[in-house]
Design a protein around this ligand. Structure first.
Ligand code: NAD
Ligand code: MG
Length: 390
């Protein structure tokens, strides 16, 4: 029997890579539902090609446009959160690929878990915003949560066969992004185009900016803490510019198990889709001799303040990570619109966190309320700053 996939965020970078794996293994996987955002043309192409039972888009007008584009031969089209949830919980879906960007992915992912679906999770913001809620739902519903993020897939792979509680710490690797060695003063001048030009990975715009600020690694530290049940002091970050070692587990006996490969998201996606099997992929050999060397260095907390902010939010706990994530989403969107500078991103997040009174986070409503608070606070901060400049 083939595995039925619901792909949330199908038109994005992870969504398209997932569909490439479906193309290579049409007997193993069938597409049950797809969701998209702004790129309706791509979604229409995907619908024609994969013939899902159901699709969902952002708004009612998008649904009308997609219906017009597809003509008579059209699946059920939903919209908004309700439509996304229907796609995520579709009866025939065995595995939900959660690849919406940002906390917009939270509710559909959570509803999928509650409906008993296994989840391949790319959408790290879901775990950052609502880690305790999501992990409790995973336990209560007896579903599997497979990491898609390459670092977490690496850890997951390095943990295979592990017995009992034998982890000393995990080490997440980070490329350091395009500004790895830039001095702080130069970072102030970074443009949108420079920040969007990542040296090793081709990804959606939000995560590309997160990689340049290193907030991506900060979000991944929080993601790892939930996925693997580790406190902040047992999660280290090493900068590794070649992006060959995708992450490592250090065990109590001092052994360190690393997972390596050429940087291509299809490998961790395929591992999540086919676990515990490994699919043959048309991947180039990893030629370590040609690479010559793999290097590692400590991240500089002064130049990459976002990483330290994420550790602080994780240590504060409760609603703090949800506020961190929401503040980051708004600040990054403003940077992409060229309304704030590169170093304003950590400054806005720091101010929002400082103003936040950390509360308990035990329900999805707590997470959504903290998310809303973080968004509003950064918008308010940007307005205040704008009026100061006048
Ligand atoms: P992307 O921007 O390329 O795609 C995002 C997808 O979400 C698109 O389908 C878009 O239409 C949809 N979307 C956007 N806003 C939405 C909203 N408000 N409601 C519903 N759908 C919406 O992003 P991506 O690079 O594919 O990343 C997706 C997720 O995977 C992110 O959480 C990212 O952190 C994570 N991730 C990505 C990579 C990568 O290599 N791209 C690696 C690791 C983790
Ligand atoms: Mg990653």
């Amino acid at each position: 029997m083939s595995r039925g996939l619901a792909i949330l965020g199908a038109t994005g970078s992870i969504g398209c890579s997932t569909l490439e794996i479906v193309d290579a293994y049409p007997d193993r996987f069938r597409v049950v539902s797809l969701t998209g955002g702004r790129n309706l043309r791509r979604l229409a192409e995907q619908v024609r090609r994969y013939r899902p039972r159901m699709v969902a888009v952002l708004g009612m007008e998008d649904a009308d446009r997609l219906r017009a584009e597809l003509g008579g031969d059209c699946p059920e089209i939903g919209y908004g959160e309700e439509g996304m949830v229907r796609c995520a919980t579709a009866d025939e879906a065995d595995l939900v690929v959660s690849a919406i960007v940002g906390s917009a992915g939270l509710v559909p992912t959570l509803r999928a878990i509650e409906a008993g679906k296994d989840v391949a999770l790319a959408n790290k913001e879901t775990l950052v915003a609502a880690g305790p809620v999501v992990m409790r739902a995973v336990r209560e519903n007896g579903v599997r949560l497979y990491p898609v993020d390459s670092e977490h897939s690496a850890i997951f792979q390095a943990l295979q066969g592990q017995q009992g509680n034998t982890i000393r710490r995990i080490i997440l690797t980070a490329s350091g992004g395009p500004f790895r060695d830039w001095p702080l003063e130069k970072l102030r001048q970074v443009t949108r185009e420079q920040a969007l030009d990542h040296p090793n990975w081709s990804m959606g715009p939000k995560i590309t900016i997160d990689s340049a600020t290193m907030m991506n690694k900060g979000l991944e530290v929080i993601e790892a803490s939930w996925l693997f049940g580790l406190e902040a002091d047992r999660i280290a970050v090493h900068i590794h510019p070649q992006s060959i070692v995708h992450s490592m587990v250090e065990y109590l006996d001092g052994s360190v198990i690393a997972q390596m490969g050429v940087p291509d998201m299809k490998a961790p996606i395929a591992y999540a889709l086919a676990y515990p099997e490994r699919l043959e992929l048309p991947m180039p050999h990893l030629d370590l001799c040609r690479l010559g060397q793999l290097t590692f260095q400590q991240p500089d907390p002064d130049r990459f303040a976002c990483l330290a902010l994420a550790y602080r939010a994780l240590e504060l706990g409760g609603t703090a990570p949800a506020v961190l994530n929401a503040a980051n989403e708004v600040a990054v969107a403003a940077f992409l619109r060229e309304e704030v500078g590169f170093l304003d991103i950590p400054e806005l997040i720091r101010e929002a966190l400082e103003r936040h009174e950390v509360g308990r986070l035990t329900t999805v409503d707590d997470a959504l309320a903290a998310d809303r608070w973080g968004r509003q606070e950064v918008r308010k901060l940007m307005l205040e700053r704008g009026s100061e400049r006048l």
